[in-house]
Design a protein. Structure first.
Length: 335
């Protein structure tokens, strides 16, 4: 009889643990969000912008229809349940568009970040392929598996940033081949070219646009930000994350189109590569570019998305990243 009681007590304890585990991993409000996307929580002021540009105050439990356009004011935050296992948190001065997805198909709507900062939490199993997550902007796209991710897009500074606090995500240039795999505890930043407060783009051969700029090296998230995030997780009732160190050498991840990535000719080069050419060099000179002579100069050009050599500029061969020689030299641009 004593053994039976102990067995019964153990069963009850195990059941309670299982229930608690579910509520730790999934926010309570999201379990009730049976018809997502739906507004979960609003702090401060945020709006649903209609097609005729009218602004409707967001309220808790408000359902979001196809092509929902949302804006948040400074100091505000909005939590959105994309589906029962994925939440989106918008911070102040953020603007997004949510694509059309029927609640019955159990897929995650595609989100387009126009500006600002957001947090994407995916509580699904890593092997769950029925809940794909895609975040896009005018300069990047990212496919998000299970994890906790922060994105920032600022056209004034020309920067797009991804911080991964849990999981791992691929951070890719829109319509481009450059990507960074951002592992747990690290961040990646794309530094774009800006003119008049807007990103600058090159036109691709088929009419698509690709942003000018480059990726900065992947770095660890600062210890202060890690501590603040851990405090937030405690507040939310989630487990503290253990961060692993990213690989020392971050490898560039290229698409399957790598073989055909050479879009410029004479000489062959990839998008955003530069060529340094010695112009006017005496024919009898070998391996050296005699820029000290009159009429001899080192000229740098950039390969754009249309396969053209543009932005010709004379550079100081001694101070440039690449020193001109008697033959054209192709390398990543130094600006």
């Amino acid at each position: 009889m004593l053994k039976t009681n102990k067995l019964f007590q153990k069963t009850i304890v195990d059941t309670i643990k299982a229930i608690l585990f579910i509520f730790i991993l999934v926010p309570i409000e999201s379990l009730a969000a049976d018809k997502p996307p739906i507004i979960g929580q609003v702090e401060g002021k945020a709006f649903l912008v209609t097609e005729d540009n009218k602004k409707i105050d967001l309220k808790k439990s408000m359902p979001l229809k196809a092509r929902a356009h949302i804006e948040s004011l400074p100091g505000s935050s909005v939590k959105i349940f994309l589906n029962p296992l994925q939440t989106l948190t918008l911070f102040g001065e953020t603007e997004i568009m949510i694509s059309s997805t029927e609640p019955s198909d159990h897929k995650t709507p595609e989100v387009f970040l126009k500006k600002g900062q957001l947090r994407w939490q995916n509580f699904s199993d890593e092997k769950n392929s029925e809940a794909p997550s895609t975040l896009k902007s005018e300069v990047f796209e990212s496919f998000l598996p299970s994890g906790d991710f922060y994105f920032t897009l600022n056209s004034e500074t020309g920067r797009a940033n991804l911080k991964t606090f849990k999981g791992e995500a691929l951070f890719s240039i829109l319509n481009g081949e450059d990507s960074k795999r951002v592992s747990e505890g690290s961040e990646a930043t794309f530094e774009g070219v800006v003119e008049s407060g807007e990103f600058v783009f090159d036109e691709l051969l088929r009419g698509k646009k690709i942003p000018r700029g480059r990726f900065l090296p992947v770095e660890l998230i600062s210890p202060d930000e890690v501590r603040e995030h851990q405090k937030l997780l405690k507040k939310e009732g989630l487990q503290i994350l253990k961060f692993r160190q990213p690989e020392k050498k971050e490898k560039l991840v290229l698409s399957k189109k790598t073989k055909s990535s050479m879009i410029c000719n004479s000489p062959s080069a990839k998008y955003n590569d530069c060529v340094w050419t010695c112009v006017g060099n005496p024919e009898n000179e070998a391996k050296k570019c005699r820029t000290s002579l009159e009429g001899v100069s080192c000229v740098r050009q950039r390969c754009d998305g249309s396969g053209r050599w543009i932005e010709s500029m004379k550079v100081d061969s001694q101070k440039s990243k690449v020193e001109c020689s008697d033959k054209p030299i192709v390398a990543p641009c130094d600006y």
